[in-house]
Design a protein around this ligand. Structure first.
Ligand SMILES: [Zn+2]
Length: 147
């Protein structure tokens, strides 16, 4: 089975204690709201969500939270290293629960991201970074359209 298929299979669901431990380890106070959102984010295996889709899920799950709070929380999670942010179309950000080094297919007509395992894209001819800097990572987005 490829890594792409595996990433769709939810791993064992984290318990509320796992969730708050994870927030604490990232330096965040495990408030009720953060715990509810973290449970939605990290309770279903690796995934890519936008603030809007997470907001819809929260509403469906009965979590009362504004879209602005969702944005703030996603950015806090990202700054604490719990999520990776992927800007695909300037105005639209996706947040990835898989923070390992990997690249993405972007299925344009569905607005959907699919993981490409890290070692499946090779970039040749990289420029030498300016003095005192190193390349941290390279985000490759391979855009797909219907044929
Ligand atoms: Zn990803």
């Amino acid at each position: 089975m490829s890594k792409i298929e595996q990433s769709k299979i939810p791993s064992a669901l984290p318990t509320p204690a796992d969730i708050s431990a994870r927030l604490r380890a990232a330096g965040l106070r495990p408030t009720r709201q953060r715990c509810s959102l973290a449970a939605l984010l990290f309770g279903q295996g690796d995934r890519h969500v936008s603030a809007e889709t997470l907001h819809e899920e929260a509403v469906r799950a009965g979590v009362r939270v504004s879209l602005a709070t969702i944005y703030n929380t996603l950015h806090q999670f990202q700054q604490s290293g719990l999520l990776r942010e992927l800007a695909i179309e300037g105005h639209r950000s996706y947040f990835d629960t898989n923070i390992s080094n990997h690249n993405h297919f972007y299925i344009e007509h569905r607005g959907e991201l699919v993981d490409i395992p890290g070692d499946h894209v090779r970039v040749d001819g990289l420029p030498t970074p300016p003095e005192g800097m190193r390349i941290s990572h390279i985000d490759v987005v391979v855009r797909l359209v219907k044929i």
